[in-house]
Ligand binder design. Structure first.
Ligand code: NAD
Length: 481
C-alpha cells in the first residue's frame, strides 16, 4: 500500500509516523496508510505559509476568484469519486457523502464570488477636511483544525474564505479522515495556488494542532470539534504570544420541540432525519426531542414504527439509510450512554443494540429513550451517535424552557402549525440557528452558521459573515494637504 503524504511548501512530503485509515463499514478494508506530520513538519508549513503571504495577500481579486472557482468546479467534476471515498472512510451513506461533496464545491463557488465583493467604507470625519476609510485586510497565516464528521464540508467552509480574503492556510484534518482531506487538497493544488499558500499537515491534535496554536507565525485559529478540545484551543490561543484570534465551533444537544398541533408526519420525519441520519454524528443533530403531552403517545408510536423501517448497513451499499458509527471508541461511547440512560430510569423504547452485517463494522440500531427527565445525563450531554431522548412536557411554555435548559446553543427546532408559537420560538430559543418544521440539522451554505452559549465562540462561519473572522478591519484617516 502506498503511503499518502502531506503537502508542505508546494511539495508532497512524508512524515515520521504512519496511521492506517480503516473503513468503519468493513474493518478489513484499509482505506489508506498516511504519513503523520510532526512538530518540525508543522513549523515548515507555517514558515512556507508566512513566506507566501506577502504576495498572496496582494494578489489580484481576479486571480483569487479564478482559483476558487477552479477548486469548486474541480470538486464537482469528481463528486462521485470524492463522495464515495468520504462514505468509505467516515461511514455516512454514499448519498450523504456525495451530497456533502457537492456542498463543499458550492462553498468554494460562493466564496469565489465573495472575492469580488470585498468592500470598505469611506465616510466623513468629525474633524473638518479629514477623510476616514474603513478597509478589510487578511490576517496572515491561519491554522485550520477540523473534526471527522464532515470531512470535506467543514474544511471547505474554512479553507475557502481563508483563501478568498487573502490569507495563507495550514490545514490540520482530524486523524480519522485523512483520505478525504488528502483528496480535497489534491483538487486545491491542481487549481494552481502559489507554493506555500495552502499546506496540508496530517497529524495528531496534541502535536500539529498545539504547534500551530503556539507558533508566533500563525495569526488565527479556526477550530471545529468537541467542547473539551475547544476550551484548550482557546486557552492556548490566548496564552500564545502574540495572542491569536480564535473561532470555535463545538458541540450541541439540540432540542426539537413537537407541539400538540404539529403535523405528525412532518414531526416524525424531522425527528428521524435530525436525530439519526449521518448516524447521529452531527453537531446539529436533533438529539433532544421535547414533546407536549397531547401528541406524546402518538408521536412515540409513529417514531418507533418509522425507526423499524430504517436500513442500517454498509455505507456504500445501495439502499442503506444509516451507515455505521465512525469507530470503536465512538461506538463504545454510544453504548455506554445506552447503559447510563437505563440506569438513570429512562425507558429504552427502541434500538440501542449492536447489529451484525455481512462485513465486520461498527453497526448499531438507532436508539430512542422515552420517560426522560431533564436532569438525566442522556438529556444533557452530547452523545454524538444515533441516540435520541424524548422529554414529555405539558405545554409550549414548558417546552421552550426545557429547550433552553442546556449549556449548548447551536440549533433548536419546533414542529407546529401555529404561527404564534413558531414566531415566539424563533424569538426566544437560545440558539444560533432555529428551524420551524425542519430538522435541526441541514443548513444553507450562503448564510451564517454557528451557535451560542457553550456551542460556539467568536464570529460566525459561512456566508458573508465569514469575513468577520477571516479579515481584520483597518481605519485610516487622511488630511489632504
Ligand atoms: P475533537 O475535539 O476530538 O477533535 C477536533 C480536532 O481537534 C481534530 O482535528 C483533533 O486532532 C484536534 N485536536 C485534538 N486535540 C487538540 C489540541 N490539544 N490542540 C489542537 N487541536 C487538537 O472532535 P471530533 O471528535 O473530531 O469531532 C466531534 C465533535 O465536533 C463533536 O463534539 C461535535 O459536536 C463537534 N462538531 C461541531 C461542529 C460545529 O460546527 N459546531 C461541527 C461538527 C462537529
Amino acid at each position: 500500500m502506498t503511503l499518502t503524504t502531506n503537502y508542505i511548501a508546494g511539495e508532497w512530503v512524508s512524515g515520521g509516523a504512519e496511521t492506517r485509515d480503516i473503513n468503519p463499514s468493513n474493518t478489513g478494508d484499509v482505506v489508506g496508510q498516511f504519513a503523520m506530520a510532526g512538530e518540525a513538519d508543522t513549523v515548515r508549513a507555517i514558515e512556507a505559509a508566512r513566506a507566501a503571504f506577502p504576495a498572496w495577500s496582494r494578489s489580484g481579486i481576479q486571480e483569487r476568484h479564478d482559483i476558487l472557482k477552479r477548486i469548486g468546479e474541480g470538486i464537482l467534476a469528481r463528486k462521485d469519486e470524492l463522495g464515495r471515498l468520504l462514505a468509505r472512510e467516515e461511514g455516512k451513506t454514499l448519498a450523504e457523502g456525495i451530497g456533502e461533496t457537492v456542498r463543499a464545491a458550492q462553498i468554494f463557488l460562493f466564496f469565489s464570488g465573495e472575492v469580488l465583493r470585498v468592500a470598505g467604507e469611506k465616510i466623513p470625519s468629525v474633524r473638518p477636511n479629514v477623510d476616514v476609510e474603513i478597509t478589510r485586510e487578511p490576517l496572515g497565516v491561519i491554522g485550520l483544525i477540523t473534526p471527522w464528521n464532515f470531512p470535506i464540508a467543514i474544511p471547505a467552509w474554512k479553507i475557502a474564505p481563508a483563501l478568498a480574503y487573502g490569507n495563507c492556510v495550514v490545514f490540520k484534518p482530524a486523524e480519522l479522515v485523512p483520505a478525504t482531506a488528502h483528496a480535497l487538497s489534491q483538487v486545491i493544488i491542481e487549481a494552481k495556488l502559489p507554493a506555500g499558500v495552502f499546506n496540508l499537515v496530517i497529524g495528531k491534535g496534541s502535536v500539529v494542532g498545539e504547534t500551530m496554536i503556539k507558533h508566533p507565525g500563525v495569526a488565527a485559529i479556526s477550530f471545529t470539534g468537541s467542547v473539551a478540545t475547544g476550551r484548550r484551543v482557546a486557552a492556548n490561543s490566548v496564552g500564545a504570544t502574540p495572542m491569536k484570534k480564535v473561532q470555535l465551533e463545538m458541540g450541541g444537544k439540540n432540542p426539537m420541540v413537537v407541539l400538540d398541533d404539529a403535523d405528525l408526519a412532518v414531526a416524525v420525519e424531522c425527528a428521524v432525519n435530525g436525530a439519526f441520519f449521518s448516524t447521529g454524528q452531527r453537531c446539529t443533530a436533533s438529539s433532544r426531542l421535547i414533546v407536549t403531552s397531547g401528541i406524546h403517545d402518538k408521536f412515540v408510536a409513529a417514531m418507533t414504527e418509522r425507526m423499524k423501517g430504517l436500513v442500517i448497513d454498509d455505507a456504500l451499499k445501495a439502499g442503506t439509510q444509516i451507515g455505521p458509527v465512525v469507530d470503536q471508541s465512538q461506538l463504545n461511547q454510544n453504548l455506554s450512554y445506552i447503559k447510563i440512560g437505563q440506569e438513570e430510569g429512562a425507558k429504552l423504547a427502541y434500538g440501542g443494540e449492536l447489529l451484525n452485517r455481512e462485513t465486520p463494522g461498527f453497526y448499531m440500531a438507532p436508539a430512542l429513550f422515552t420517560e426522560v427527565g431533564p436532569n438525566m445525563r442522556v438529556a444533557r450531554e452530547e452523545i454524538f451517535g444515533p441516540v435520541a431522548t424524548i422529554q414529555r412536557v405539558k405545554d409550549y411554555d414548558e417546552a421552550l424552557s426545557s429547550a433552553n435548559d442546556t449549556e449548548f446553543g447551536l440549533s433548536a427546532g419546533i414542529c407546529t402549525t401555529s404561527l404564534k408559537y413558531a414566531s415566539h420560538f424563533k424569538r426566544n430559543a437560545e440558539a444560533g440557528m432555529v428551524m420551524v418544521n425542519l430538522p435541526t440539522a441541514g443548513v444553507d451554505y450562503h448564510v451564517p452558521f454557528g451557535g451560542r452559549k457553550g456551542s460556539s465562540y467568536g464570529p460566525r462561519e459561512q456566508g458573508r459573515y465569514a469575513a468577520e473572522f477571516y479579515t481584520t478591519v483597518k481605519t485610516s484617516y487622511t488630511l489632504p494637504v
